[in-house]
Design a protein around this ligand. Sequence first.
Ligand SMILES: Nc1ncnc2c1ncn2[C@@H]1O[C@H](COP(=O)(O)OP(=O)(O)OP(=O)(O)O)[C@@H](O)[C@H]1O
Ligand SMILES: [Mg+2]
Ligand SMILES: [Zn+2]
Length: 176
Amino acid sequence: MKTALDQEIEKAVSDKEYSQLKEEPKGLKVKPINNGTVIDHIAGGQALNVLKILGISGTTDTTLSVVMNVDSRKLGKKDIVKVEDRELLEQEVNRIALIAPAASINIIRDCKIIAKRKVDLPDEIVGVVRCQNPSCISNTAEPIQSRMLVKTKNPVLLRCLYCEQPLTENIAEYLI
Ligand SMILES: Nc1ncnc2c1ncn2[C@@H]1O[C@H](COP(=O)(O)OP(=O)(O)OP(=O)(O)O)[C@@H](O)[C@H]1O
Ligand SMILES: [Mg+2]
Ligand SMILES: [Zn+2]
Protein backbone atom coordinates (compact mmCIF):
# COMPACT_ATOMS: atom_id res chain seq x y z
CA MET A 1 0.00 0.00 0.00
CA LYS A 2 1.34 3.40 -1.00
CA THR A 3 0.90 6.15 1.52
CA ALA A 4 -0.10 9.67 0.52
CA LEU A 5 3.51 10.69 1.06
CA ASP A 6 4.70 7.92 -1.27
CA GLN A 7 2.33 9.13 -3.95
CA GLU A 8 3.44 12.69 -3.50
CA ILE A 9 7.09 11.76 -3.77
CA GLU A 10 6.35 9.59 -6.77
CA LYS A 11 4.63 12.42 -8.55
CA ALA A 12 7.49 14.77 -7.83
CA VAL A 13 10.43 12.71 -8.99
CA SER A 14 11.37 10.13 -11.58
CA ASP A 15 11.45 6.39 -10.80
CA LYS A 16 15.19 6.25 -10.11
CA GLU A 17 15.04 9.19 -7.75
CA TYR A 18 11.97 7.75 -6.06
CA SER A 19 13.81 4.54 -5.22
CA GLN A 20 16.67 6.59 -3.77
CA LEU A 21 14.30 8.57 -1.59
CA LYS A 22 12.68 5.35 -0.43
CA GLU A 23 16.00 4.18 0.98
CA GLU A 24 16.06 7.03 3.39
CA PRO A 25 14.20 7.12 6.68
CA LYS A 26 10.42 7.04 6.43
CA GLY A 27 8.72 10.39 6.32
CA LEU A 28 11.88 12.18 5.28
CA LYS A 29 11.01 14.14 2.18
CA VAL A 30 14.08 15.71 0.67
CA LYS A 31 14.16 16.99 -2.87
CA PRO A 32 16.92 15.33 -4.90
CA ILE A 33 19.77 17.63 -5.82
CA ASN A 34 20.63 18.23 -9.48
CA ASN A 35 24.34 18.78 -9.04
CA GLY A 36 26.47 18.53 -5.97
CA THR A 37 27.73 16.07 -3.39
CA VAL A 38 26.11 13.59 -1.03
CA ILE A 39 28.29 12.67 1.92
CA ASP A 40 26.79 9.44 3.24
CA HIS A 41 27.76 7.05 6.06
CA ILE A 42 28.98 9.83 8.33
CA ALA A 43 29.42 8.56 11.89
CA GLY A 44 26.23 9.45 13.78
CA GLY A 45 26.42 12.91 15.31
CA GLN A 46 29.30 14.24 13.19
CA ALA A 47 27.33 16.04 10.45
CA LEU A 48 27.75 19.48 12.01
CA ASN A 49 31.50 18.93 12.20
CA VAL A 50 31.43 17.96 8.52
CA LEU A 51 29.65 21.25 7.75
CA LYS A 52 32.32 23.09 9.71
CA ILE A 53 35.00 21.44 7.58
CA LEU A 54 33.12 22.58 4.48
CA GLY A 55 33.13 26.12 5.87
CA ILE A 56 29.34 26.17 6.25
CA SER A 57 28.29 27.86 9.49
CA GLY A 58 26.27 30.78 10.73
CA THR A 59 24.34 32.34 7.86
CA THR A 60 24.69 30.58 4.51
CA ASP A 61 23.26 30.72 0.99
CA THR A 62 24.20 27.08 0.33
CA THR A 63 21.33 24.72 -0.48
CA LEU A 64 21.88 21.71 1.70
CA SER A 65 20.14 19.01 3.67
CA VAL A 66 21.44 17.41 6.82
CA VAL A 67 20.12 14.22 8.34
CA MET A 68 21.41 13.14 11.73
CA ASN A 69 21.32 9.95 13.78
CA VAL A 70 19.20 7.82 11.47
CA ASP A 71 19.38 4.03 11.56
CA SER A 72 22.02 2.46 9.36
CA ARG A 73 22.72 -1.21 8.87
CA LYS A 74 26.46 -0.58 8.50
CA LEU A 75 26.99 2.00 11.24
CA GLY A 76 24.15 1.68 13.72
CA LYS A 77 23.46 5.41 13.49
CA LYS A 78 24.60 7.63 10.64
CA ASP A 79 24.39 11.19 9.37
CA ILE A 80 24.03 12.33 5.76
CA VAL A 81 24.94 15.73 4.28
CA LYS A 82 23.77 16.75 0.80
CA VAL A 83 25.27 19.93 -0.64
CA GLU A 84 24.07 21.47 -3.87
CA ASP A 85 26.51 22.82 -6.46
CA ARG A 86 29.63 21.79 -4.62
CA GLU A 87 32.34 19.22 -5.27
CA LEU A 88 34.86 18.64 -2.54
CA LEU A 89 38.57 19.41 -2.51
CA GLU A 90 40.98 16.60 -1.61
CA GLN A 91 41.91 18.47 1.54
CA GLU A 92 38.25 18.62 2.59
CA VAL A 93 37.85 14.89 1.94
CA ASN A 94 40.90 14.15 4.11
CA ARG A 95 39.51 16.24 6.94
CA ILE A 96 36.18 14.45 6.72
CA ALA A 97 38.05 11.11 6.89
CA LEU A 98 39.44 12.18 10.28
CA ILE A 99 36.01 12.51 11.89
CA ALA A 100 33.95 10.16 9.71
CA PRO A 101 36.29 7.39 8.54
CA ALA A 102 33.51 5.33 6.92
CA ALA A 103 32.04 8.23 4.92
CA SER A 104 31.26 7.82 1.24
CA ILE A 105 31.33 10.71 -1.18
CA ASN A 106 28.77 10.58 -4.00
CA ILE A 107 29.14 13.14 -6.77
CA ILE A 108 25.80 14.05 -8.35
CA ARG A 109 25.40 15.48 -11.84
CA ASP A 110 22.02 15.83 -13.55
CA CYS A 111 20.43 14.15 -10.51
CA LYS A 112 22.52 10.99 -10.93
CA ILE A 113 25.49 9.62 -9.05
CA ILE A 114 28.39 9.86 -11.49
CA ALA A 115 31.10 8.89 -9.00
CA LYS A 116 31.22 7.26 -5.60
CA ARG A 117 34.25 6.90 -3.37
CA LYS A 118 35.14 6.15 0.20
CA VAL A 119 37.14 8.71 2.12
CA ASP A 120 40.72 7.68 2.81
CA LEU A 121 43.47 9.13 4.97
CA PRO A 122 47.07 9.50 3.87
CA ASP A 123 49.74 7.93 6.14
CA GLU A 124 50.82 11.31 7.45
CA ILE A 125 48.89 14.55 7.82
CA VAL A 126 50.69 17.85 8.01
CA GLY A 127 49.29 21.10 9.38
CA VAL A 128 45.73 19.77 9.80
CA VAL A 129 45.42 18.64 13.42
CA ARG A 130 46.89 20.30 16.50
CA CYS A 131 48.86 18.11 18.95
CA GLN A 132 47.10 17.66 22.30
CA ASN A 133 50.35 18.10 24.22
CA PRO A 134 50.67 21.81 25.12
CA SER A 135 54.45 21.59 25.43
CA CYS A 136 54.92 19.85 22.07
CA ILE A 137 57.34 21.73 19.83
CA SER A 138 54.55 22.05 17.24
CA ASN A 139 52.57 24.11 19.77
CA THR A 140 55.37 26.56 20.66
CA ALA A 141 56.30 29.79 18.98
CA GLU A 142 58.62 27.82 16.69
CA PRO A 143 57.49 27.89 13.08
CA ILE A 144 56.94 24.13 13.07
CA GLN A 145 53.83 22.62 11.47
CA SER A 146 52.07 19.79 13.23
CA ARG A 147 52.82 16.34 11.77
CA MET A 148 50.63 13.41 12.67
CA LEU A 149 51.22 9.81 11.70
CA VAL A 150 48.05 7.91 10.91
CA LYS A 151 48.39 4.68 12.92
CA THR A 152 44.89 3.32 12.19
CA LYS A 153 42.26 4.70 9.86
CA ASN A 154 39.02 3.34 11.34
CA PRO A 155 38.85 4.09 14.20
CA VAL A 156 41.25 6.96 13.55
CA LEU A 157 44.36 6.86 15.72
CA LEU A 158 46.93 9.59 15.19
CA ARG A 159 50.34 9.98 16.78
CA CYS A 160 52.39 13.17 16.88
CA LEU A 161 55.64 12.74 14.97
CA TYR A 162 57.46 15.04 17.40
CA CYS A 163 56.28 14.01 20.87
CA GLU A 164 54.40 10.74 20.18
CA GLN A 165 51.24 12.05 21.88
CA PRO A 166 48.29 9.98 20.61
CA LEU A 167 45.03 11.55 19.43
CA THR A 168 41.91 9.48 18.84
CA GLU A 169 38.90 11.17 20.44
CA ASN A 170 37.15 14.45 19.65
CA ILE A 171 39.46 14.99 16.70
CA ALA A 172 37.09 17.68 15.34
CA GLU A 173 38.14 19.89 18.26
CA TYR A 174 41.79 19.75 17.22
CA LEU A 175 41.35 20.60 13.53
CA ILE A 176 43.46 23.62 12.59
N1 LIG B 1 20.04 13.31 -6.91
C1 LIG B 1 20.20 13.03 -5.64
N2 LIG B 1 19.90 13.98 -4.73
C2 LIG B 1 20.06 13.74 -3.42
N3 LIG B 1 20.52 12.60 -2.90
C3 LIG B 1 20.84 11.61 -3.76
C4 LIG B 1 20.71 11.77 -5.16
N4 LIG B 1 21.12 10.63 -5.76
C5 LIG B 1 21.51 9.80 -4.76
N5 LIG B 1 21.35 10.38 -3.56
C6 LIG B 1 21.69 9.81 -2.24
O1 LIG B 1 23.03 9.36 -2.29
C7 LIG B 1 23.21 8.26 -1.40
C8 LIG B 1 23.82 7.09 -2.12
O2 LIG B 1 22.92 6.62 -3.09
P1 LIG B 1 22.98 5.17 -3.69
O3 LIG B 1 21.82 5.03 -4.65
O4 LIG B 1 24.35 4.88 -4.20
O5 LIG B 1 22.64 4.35 -2.39
P2 LIG B 1 23.25 2.99 -1.89
O6 LIG B 1 23.06 1.95 -2.95
O7 LIG B 1 22.63 2.77 -0.55
O8 LIG B 1 24.78 3.33 -1.78
P3 LIG B 1 25.82 2.77 -0.71
O9 LIG B 1 26.20 1.42 -1.15
O10 LIG B 1 26.95 3.78 -0.83
O11 LIG B 1 25.12 2.81 0.63
C9 LIG B 1 21.82 7.96 -0.83
O12 LIG B 1 21.74 8.64 0.43
C10 LIG B 1 20.88 8.61 -1.84
O13 LIG B 1 19.66 9.00 -1.26
MG1 LIG C 1 23.10 2.85 1.38
ZN1 LIG D 1 53.19 16.59 19.74
